[in-house]
Design a binder for this molecule. Structure first.
Ligand code: PLP
Length: 399
């Protein structure tokens, strides 16, 4: 059976060149980078080279990159670290309501400690409005955190405009760029951010490593305390194989960005158009063009996302859905609900995220298999009896 992986926003396979380099740091160059002897110095060299490569991907200086255990830790460092560092200045934070849980949950944690958080609404097309950010700012606002690209619907947020706004008001600005770095051009100066999160395993690097970019001069309180590593911002003996793997992945992503984004945009559009043409009552979630080249997210009415996933899995296709089964909850995704998509429609959502190993043949195969799956499920579904009257109001981009 053909195997097609369409879940690259969940994680990516490690690039062979990344794995090779990591193996070298697991077996030969295994020293502690803090040691002064040659064993340690060689490991240190690997770490600093990795830092340069990661910095290169996002237009930063190497000394502004702080390695973490991944995107989640970097998001926590940004949100909590800013709140604690600036608590004398104010207690108000602005976030979008469809941030990743790695940002939402630290914000909610801060609310319990007396901070105030404004969770901004998003448009039905999955975009944060700059006017809404501006209107939410008070003299107590210390942090704005808005993701660059949403992980479920792939929409690209107006980070540059928000960055300009934050800068003129003297507010720290963080963006979670886990889903944008390596897929579209990302530059910390063009985007005018103070803090930026990147994760290795979303760009063909290993899991358990990421970084927080911290612009020079940005106030940030560490959230872990221990040794002096990462200039005390993130202590703990370095994950050297992870760091060099992340560095290599960043270098490869930067090199292949233009060609891959062009190639994947074509595949993405073929998948979207093919599905729309072959199946009724399908709507695209998220703005059609302000979206990364790898993301397809559709709501397929009168079927359950989970059922589609299981049937796709039986055909060798790995995708994901907007019913957050991963969190053990039956509620549909907070992202789709934030976009105003009705509960029942959100339940029938399907996310397919493309990556470097996907080909035209893969897209053809999915378009052959998927309409049949949907038809079968609809034939069995009690939801399909409502088929004559589409559920909910027209709230998404219909193409
Ligand atoms: C995957 C992801 C994270 C979490 O990164 P980890 O390295 O898995 O902890 C954070 N934000 C976004 C947008 C993501 O897609």
């Amino acid at each position: 059976m053909r195997k097609v992986y369409l879940d690259h926003s969940a994680t990516t396979p490690v690039h062979p060149e990344v794995a090779d380099l990591m193996m070298q740091y697991l077996t030969s160059t295994w020293g502690n980078p803090s040691s002064i002897h040659a064993f340690g110095r060689e490991a240190r060299k690997g770490v600093e080279e990795a830092r340069e490569r990661v910095a290169g991907l996002i237009g930063a200086k190497p000394e502004e990159i702080f390695f973490t255990s991944g995107g989640t830790e970097a998001d926590n460092m940004a949100v909590l670290g800013t709140a604690y560092a600036k608590q004398k200045k104010g207690n108000h934070i602005i976030a979008s309501s469809f941030e990743h849980h790695a940002v939402l949950d630290p914000c909610k944690f801060l609310e319990k400690q007396g901070y105030r958080v404004t969770f901004l609404p998003v448009t039905p097309e999955g975009l944060v409005r700059v006017e809404d950010v501006e209107a939410a700012i008070t003299d107590q606002t210390i942090l704005i955190t808005i993701m660059h690209v949403n992980n479920e619907v792939g929409t690209i947020q107006p980070i540059e405009e928000i960055g300009r706004l934050a800068k003129t008001r003297g507010i720290t600005f963080h963006t979670d760029a886990v889903q944008s770095a390596g897929k579209i051009p990302v530059d910390v100066n063009a985007l005018q951010v103070d803090l930026m999160t990147v994760s290795a395993h979303k760009i063909y690097g290993p899991k358990g490593i990421g970084c927080l970019y911290v612009r020079k001069g940005t106030r940030l309180e560490p959230i872990t305390h221990g040794g002096g590593q990462e200039r005390k911002r993130r202590p703990g003996t370095e994950n050297v194989p992870g760091m060099v793997g992340f560095g290599k992945a960043a270098e490869l992503a930067a090199r292949e960005l233009d060609s891959e984004s062009a190639r994947l945009t074509v595949l993405r559009d073929k998948l979207i158009d093919g599905l729309m043409n072959r199946v009724d009552h399908v709507r695209l979630n998220g703005h059609r063009t302000k979206r990364i080249p790898t993301n397809v997210n559709v709501s397929i009415e009168f079927v359950e996302g989970e059922s589609i996933l299981l049937s796709m899995d039986m055909h060798g296709i790995g995708a994901s859905s907007g019913s957050a089964c991963t969190s053990g909850s039956l509620d549909p995704s907070h992202v789709l609900l934030a976009m105003g998509i009705p509960y029942e429609v959100a339940h029938g959502s399907l996310r397919m995220t493309l990556g470097r190993d996907n080909t035209e043949e893969d897209v053809k195969y999915v378009l052959e298999v998927l309409p049949g799956i949907i038809e079968r499920l609809r034939a069995m579904s009690p939801l399909a009896q409502q088929k004559t009257a589409p559920v909910g109001k027209e709230c998404c981009t219909s193409v």
